[in-house]
Design a protein around this ligand. Sequence first.
Ligand SMILES: Cc1cc2nc3c(=O)[nH]c(=O)nc-3n(C[C@H](O)[C@H](O)[C@H](O)COP(=O)(O)OP(=O)(O)OC[C@H]3O[C@@H](n4cnc5c(N)ncnc54)[C@H](O)[C@@H]3O)c2cc1C
Length: 381
Amino acid sequence: MLRFPSPPRHNAAEQLRGEVREFLSSAIATRTPLQRAESWNGFDRDFSKALGARGWLGMTWPKQYGGHERSAFERYVVVEETLAAGAPVSAHWIAERQSGPTLLKFGTEQQREEILPRIAAGDCVFCIGMSEPDSGSDLAATRTRAERVESGWRVTGTKLWTTNAHKADYMILFCRTSGTPADRHKGTSQLLIDMRGTEGMTVRPVLDLAGQHHFNEVHFNDAFVPETALIGTEGAGWNQVMSELAFERSGPERFLSSIQLLLELIEALRGSDSELAQITIGRLTAHLLTLRQLSRGVAALLEAREDASTHAAIVKDLGATFEQDLPEIARSLIDAEPDRQSTRDLLAVLAYTMMSAPSFSLRGGTREILRGIIARGLGVR
Ligand SMILES: Cc1cc2nc3c(=O)[nH]c(=O)nc-3n(C[C@H](O)[C@H](O)[C@H](O)COP(=O)(O)OP(=O)(O)OC[C@H]3O[C@@H](n4cnc5c(N)ncnc54)[C@H](O)[C@@H]3O)c2cc1C
């Protein structure tokens, strides 16, 4: 049976919470509620560097790579507090959560030494080159191809939905280095792409539902990538990428995306004598606390270096449902229309969250795929 361990009381982590809150109260004091709602998309290199300077990025990594050898719970506190406060995390987010741990686990010594300290300093932006026009969820059908040439590879293919490719220093590219898409998991690899100095690579913007530019299409047209770009083992890309996705699915980011809306809603309903409003806020709060407890259980598993992939998929699926339900619940409780331009914070935040919510069950693995993983983890598939 699947077990979510209770997280132990972690004094160092709880002490850290106060320090992080104090830092955030001045570092992001001027952010409006709408900007806070956009936390995931907020791109601010100076903020990321300030977090890095505090020692709050790459916290669990070895000191020799710029890390701080702190616990998964301490990292959890920093992530939780920055997201709950609506801090702009986009400039360090992908690198710190996902790409850094991948390099730590599979990268060459040179890659680790050159890149990990920069990520821990909040000074290195990464993007993820997994999805393609005809293979998003079905990553094994990847068609982007890297052919071996003298002293490196020639890469050809197209990546899609690549968040921050236009701002990134590096991409971790998932591609095929041998065989054909029919070989599925075999013959895939990961390459470290220099986003500034790779010739034959073009980045084109893709606007999202709200008209904002976060996504991109990245074309590789016989782009040359040096030998040293290989991450881990050639042909072992599938297992490496699955390990990377477990990092992506396990944190408090999986139920805090709509938190600003919940805060605005509580504020708007303050003093209301509506029984429905009181019951709804009570239920939402209980739901949030339960998700948090499950998510901290994942942190406990990570701390014990146990496999948490099924647990992480469960938290992500339940969390995305909670985050996605919030805008409609808010609408049913207040008599007002969402309006991004509104001077009423609740209405602007509601409009933004409504536009973003559909993506919560897509990014980081679609709902159907997660449920397949959960079914397999439970032995029922
Ligand atoms: C905000 C956001 C940021 C993103 N950032 C990145 C990024 O930085 N890098 C990146 O590589 N990608 C990124 N993505 C892409 C994301 O991972 C894709 O949306 C995802 O891979 C889905 O791909 P697709 O659009 O091709 O949909 P499809 O794979 O075509 O899926 C369409 C629908 O079919 C379902 N489906 C597909 N296959 C199966 C199956 N075998 N069984 C059951 N149902 C199935 C899916 O669950 C989904 O509901 C991002 C997405 C979002 C929303």
